[in-house]
Design a protein around this ligand. Sequence first.
Ligand code: SAM
Length: 378
Amino acid sequence: MQQTILIGNGWNPYLFREEIRSLVGYDQIIHPRILSITSDNSLQNLSKSALLDDNLKNAEILYNVPSNFTEEKLSEIIMKWAIKNLPTGSFAIRSRKIGERISLLSRKKIEKEVGASLMSQQNIVNLENPEYEVVVVLAGLEDISSREIEFDKLTPVIVWGLRTPIDNNRQFESRSPIDRPFFKPVSLEPRLARLMISLSHKPDYSPSIIIDPFCGTGGIAIEASLQGIQVLASDLDTEMTEGTIRNLEWSKGDGKFIVKHCGVEDISSIWGKNIQTSFVFDPPYGRNAWKSNDGLDLFLEALKSANYINPNGTICTMLPTVPEFINDHSSEKYLVMGKKWHDLELLIVNTGWSVVFKYPIKVHRSLARLILVCHPLH
Ligand SMILES: C[S@@+](CC[C@H](N)C(=O)[O-])C[C@H]1O[C@@H](n2cnc3c(N)ncnc32)[C@H](O)[C@@H]1O
């Protein structure tokens, strides 16, 4: 069985791993930002990922890189690998470093040495437009956050393999919410919206419809539609529903969409029972919550409706919490949506869902959000 290696984006290695676990599953953590898959999992869902930087097939790993290791030694090892794994055709070597410097190895020199050793009549170098890209990643361990003590045992590694292109709808920087026809400060960043959609997957379950009962400017709806997933969106504010429609038409995603003007309490009757749906939303809170003081009732109403529409579905949501939660993950004492975590979890369980994953991220100095994933309780 050939090995696939996945390289994660540096923004948040923990969420990268959780995203891959949800989309396709993985076999081994090689490094906080490197996962390996050797089983026969279907890898189709990888194109949905928000935090995957590189997907390498026929990949190999060099552990315990000695301190006197050289570019020449590396190119000898990669040359042996290439005999079996580099198909006939033009190629380029792309090397990158992640984490702290693993040694004094030079990227430029690696590209030159390895390129020269793999060059033959069957394989000519083409830096501009190669048929194959051999990616070499030198990975140090810099990005271990304090809570990831499990990684103490991992050592720096070098991995390489053939690049498998990832879907190109992922240029999040070029798709900023402020460039959309309709923008409000509540708009969710595309990368975060896409991550939430990924987290609503399981390796054996891919929702074909995403429901967002608090669609706002359509941040989640746009990302779902761009991936060809159908969207059922609603909001109590007509300005928002009209804006979401404009944004969805502008983004030209393949996923069909229906946008309705209604409060969360009406979504069960509007959408009816619907298998293959998942629920991805960031509920209102504070001033932006209508018909309740803190949004908690609206959130619980959304969970109850979700349980009616598809009791076998999944939920990914994001709740306001305090920034202290970020540095103190083990603590259950902080307020989430105005409630102690333990009390909130009981309320969630009472709506028929169990929390399978929670993780706080920073929004700004005084506010953080807790990403939550829920699966059916039964
Ligand atoms: C945090 S915003 C969602 C932002 C959205 N994810 C985006 O990317 O723009 C919450 C939304 O919930 C809506 N809302 C407030 N109360 C509601 C209710 N009772 N039922 C449905 N929507 C409601 C607000 O109008 C607001 O658009």
